[in-house]
Design a protein around this ligand. Structure first.
Ligand code: MN
Length: 237
């Protein structure tokens, strides 16, 4: 017979694993694959058009995955490492593939996060996440304004992120190209892609309009789950 303690332990770990979406709970190693979008490409209309979603996922993200696998194909030991660990240890990688893994591994991690936090209906965060945004980022409105300003000021291609420390503290961070705070050993709560490929079809040169519209498609339940995962130490990419 199972003891009461055993049953309780089993129930707790089952509940925990069910609550954390697979892509964040696991630390997938290579060869990497392009997961389908978690919703139809028109889900973020009218703020982000379906054609942009299709090209961005099916062409740009797909290329990062293919190029990452090509770079890892001659480096068997590295290929077994979870992506977030690989990105945190770029300095130890063979120089011949370091730049390819930085650009394409970063691209794969960034876009995997990006699709997951969209597909929602915007609004505002609630619960503990709302409290820490108030505490660390000066409230939701100031957070939005500061995040958008950081995205506007990122010269050329790059990303604007919110990082979350193991203690749950939030910070806004920008990175060029496909770099990610994962390369500094940090965790990413959320982030927006300010490469022109993310917005040019609909917004042309109007990056500030895209940055403002993006908040309308966020899924705060998912972002709240990522926050809980980060605090639990299970958030990977
Ligand atoms: Mn992109």
């Amino acid at each position: 017979m199972l003891s009461r303690r055993h049953l309780l332990t089993g129930a707790t770990s089952l509940a925990a694993s069910a609550a954390i979406p697979r892509a964040w709970a696991q630390a997938p190693s290579g060869p990497f694959k392009l997961d389908p979008l978690p919703y139809v490409p028109s889900k973020n209309e009218p703020h982000i058009d379906a054609q942009t979603m299709e090209l961005h996922h099916g062409k740009h993200h797909a290329a990062y995955v293919n190029n990452l696998n090509a770079a890892l194909s001659q480096n068997g030991d590295w290929a077994k490492m979870p992506l977030h660990e690989m990105l945190a240890k770029l300095g130890d990688m063979p120089e011949s593939v370091r730049t390819a893994i930085r650009n394409n591994g970063g691209g794969h991690a960034n876009h995997t996060m990006f699709w997951q936090i969209m597909g929602g209906s915007g609004g505002e965060p609630s619960g503990e996440l709302k409290s820490v945004i108030d505490r660390d980022l000066g409230g939701f409105q100031k957070f939005q304004a500061d995040f958008n300003t950081a995205g506007e000021r990122q010269f050329g291609s790059g990303w604007v992120f919110v990082t979350v420390s193991r203690e749950g503290k939030l910070a806004i961070v920008t990175k060029p190209n496909q770099d990610t705070p994962l390369m500094d050993g940090q965790r990413v709560l959320m982030g927006n892609d300010v490469w022109e490929h993310a917005y040019y079809l609909k917004y042309q040169n109007r990056r500030p309009d895209y940055l403002k519209a993006w908040w309308n498609v966020l899924d705060w339940n998912r972002i709240g789950e990522r926050y809980a995962s980060a605090k639990a130490g299970t958030l990977t990419i």
